[in-house]
Design a protein around this ligand. Structure first.
Ligand SMILES: [Fe+2]
Length: 383
């Protein structure tokens, strides 16, 4: 038996943001804590989001202090604004960071817990405050998933929460909100989406429904991510990427992720690197090892990436898939080595990052559990 989580209402397509006011009015909510970041708060994205709220007389208070890797402080600050203003629901506007912060605020609003107590699997007792999750990047798929990540700034670790009580009530994926995203962000978030789809396809947690969703996501990303990176105004490519993250998000939300994410979380937490860049750099390293353990799983990956697999061996499929991942990464401009990001090998704390990767909540989803020594070796390949 498998449980499939997805928000109850999902708006997808060009211009759907204009319809949010009517949907929220129908649901009966009165005043939102609007969770976002400084960049979006000063851009025309916020104007596009609040116009339909104003038109329907829905009140909101803006909390714009979410940082790129949201911290416990961000969450507590947002929660205080929510309580001070008697908000009865949350609207999150952004990519992964505002979505993750909003998920944590939502659960803490209805459960008397600290963020640390929420780390792990389904740790809250009560359903979170309703969230309308408006996505602005393609993407983390955070607007449709039950996972979120909060950085414990004191311990310098990313805490992964998997909690059905954090699932948004409504997701909004409008490609028109993504047209202004710069090429490097488009590339990083797109490679994050590819990582989700691939990890969800090779994990033992995958089942027929999630496999089809992953395959669909990979096909779209391979074809449309380079176009979206080359020309941000390419609305057809942006729309295809929205469809890809919706498919891939549903896949990993229900099948799980793996060790690429476990390692990427640590790299992001210590060096404050974009999550998608960390995933893209680690993806071929971990998948090469996964392919040795579950080569048959890579037939689907290779097929989705364009290989005619019928007369090929499992190993040929795996080799092709990994070469295609590396090619796509290079095409969209992801760095190959950490030295390109001014990170020095002699200052890199291999043991600290590796130990935290081993206990990351995504690790059990991987086809095999690496040792500490193997994890250190994987990080060394980044230099
Ligand atoms: Fe991710």
């Amino acid at each position: 038996m498998s449980v499939f989580y997805v928000p109850a209402v999902n708006l997808i397509g060009r211009g759907v943001v204009n319809e949010i006011g009517g949907h929220i009015k129908e649901l009966g909510y009165k005043k939102a804590l609007l969770v976002t970041d400084h960049f979006i708060a000063s851009s025309d994205i916020l104007t596009k989001v609040v116009a339909p709220l104003d038109a329907e007389g829905i009140d909101y208070v803006v909390f714009k202090d979410v940082e790129p890797n949201p911290t416990c402080k961000n969450v507590y600050d947002g929660l205080a604004v929510l309580k001070d203003n008697d908000c009865d629901f949350i609207i999150s506007v952004g990519g992964g960071s505002p979505q993750d912060a909003a998920s944590c605020i939502s659960v803490m609003a209805t459960n008397d817990v600290t963020p640390q107590e929420l780390e792990g699997l389904h740790k809250s007792a009560n359903k979170g405050l309703p969230v309308v999750a408006i996505n602005t990047t393609a993407g983390t798929s955070a607007e449709i998933t039950i996972n979120y990540v909060i950085t414990d700034e004191e311990r310098k670790v990313k805490m992964v929460m998997v909690d059905k009580n954090s699932l948004a009530l409504m997701s909004v994926n409008d490609p028109e909100l993504m047209l202004s995203k710069p090429a490097d962000l488009t590339a990083a978030t797109g490679m994050d989406a590819l990582t989700h789809a691939i990890e969800a396809l090779v994990t033992p947690g995958a089942y027929d429904v999630t496999k089809k969703l992953s395959i669909g996501a990979i096909e779209l990303i391979k074809e449309y991510l380079p176009r979206a990176v080359a020309n941000g105004q390419d609305i057809e490519a942006r729309e295809a990427m929205v469809n890809a993250i919706f498919l891939g998000g549903m896949a990993f939300n229900n099948a799980g992720l793996g060790y690429v994410h476990s390692m990427a979380h640590q790299l992001g937490a210590v060096y404050k690197l974009p999550h998608g860049v960390c995933c893209a750099m680690i993806l071929p390293i971990v998948e090469k090892e996964n392919a040795k353990r579950v080569p048959a799983a890579f037939r689907n990956v290779a097929k989705a990436l364009g290989l005619h697999v019928e007369d090929k061996s499992d190993q040929e499929c795996a080799d092709y898939a990994i070469a295609e991942i590396e090619k796509l990464s290079e095409t969209v401009g992801i760095p190959k080595k950490l030295t390109e990001l001014d990170i020095k090998e002699e200052e890199f704390d291999f043991e600290y990052l590796s130990k935290n990767a081993l206990i990351d909540a995504c690790a059990p989803g991987n086809p095999f559990m690496p040792t500490l020594e193997e994890t250190i070796a994987f990080y060394k390949e980044l230099f």
